[in-house]
Design a protein around this ligand. Sequence first.
Ligand code: FAD
Length: 405
Amino acid sequence: DQNILILGAGQAAGTAVASLRQFGHKGPITLIGDEPAPPYQRPPLSKAYFKGELPEERLFVKPLSFYETQNVTLRLGTSAKTLERANKTVTMEDGTSLSYDKLIIATGSRPRTLPVKGADLDGVLTLRSLADVEKLQVYATPGRRIVVIGAGYIGLEAAAVARQMGLEVTVLEASERVLARVTSPTISEFYQTVHRQNGVDIRVSARMEGLEGDGSHVTGVKMADGDIIPADVVLVGIGILPNQDLAEAAGLLCENGINTDAEARTNDPDIYAIGDCANREIVQYGYRGRLESVHNAIEMGKIAAASICGKPAPKLDAPWFWSDQYDLKLQTAGLLTGFDQAVVRGDMEAHKFSVWYLKGGRFLAVDAINVPGDFMAAKRLVGSGAILDPQELADVMSDLKSLVL
Ligand code: FAD
């Protein structure tokens, strides 16, 4: 049976391993990861795990014993350095080489670094891994001051948790609203309000100049107008970059991620790319790009495993995402690609509503806050091209099932 090598041991890799065995692959599987932990789920890092409410093992995609019983070789705490496609080998940092019949690249992504003076000071942190949370938790005591740079989902989730732990929290966002890259002005405004009500100092259109330090440790953020915001810790959450260097150096096609086809295959038929590092097609939306979500990591892990095992591709699920902040459980179904109408259904003040995104009257996506029923209904509509009546949609008394015209 074929010898399978997987680079990167995160959510996508963990799913691929489980699916390979499930689809009947009997041959050797080796999983290489540069972190010490086996594949784990990252979402709780900015939520319950950051708060100290979950033990590390609860994050694992599969318990450690799974890899032993399934005869999967784990090589953790070590990174792969180069890929030589001609002789189908990967060279590790210690110089050893591993060969493969099929290779799966699941190297994920890394946080962007801040291109300003002082970004390398102690206390300037990012939030991607278990090790990052450990560093952040050192500062997580009441009264400490945290400045979060970047108001994406991760930055805002961390801000919410830090506030709940009693820290003084400032969020600096360069664009004119929070979550600008991922959602509508309606949702952005809502989150800005909730954060402010919870005592977070949210500053949008913020122009920062650099980070101030005492020689070794960060002490504050210097703004373009000369103002200095004091900080004991600075969390940088300004997006991620795909870990595609090794693939690119080996001549695999990459454009913002490693290009893949419908089977998660790269331009080398023996090499697959899955998860955050992959550039894929989402047929329902005519979209090509990277998706940074658990749904995508799991789906691509299954697709690659099915292809390797010669099984039919699994049925594609609608793209979806979630975010937890305070009492708000946000669930997004679909992709907000170029909507021209946003219809609010429900009660924003009561924190129970959804925003339906339409394009030319056709359903595109939903952001649902504390209304899982709306999310479920919307998920079923993804890809249907359904035309929805905005007035009926906005009426909570109307049955969502009857809205499809
Ligand atoms: P990863 O999980 O990043 O795994 C890749 C692994 O490969 C890493 O361990 C990396 O260190 C390793 N690696 C890289 N290069 C090498 C190499 N050369 N050799 C060996 N190992 C290597 N998604 C949601 O849908 N909902 C959420 O609420 C949500 N919250 C999130 C909160 C946080 C704090 C973070 C960081 C992410 C969140 N995400 C969320 C996104 C989601 O976790 C990612 O999309 C998912 O983890 C991607 O899985 P992956 O396997 O592609 O990459």
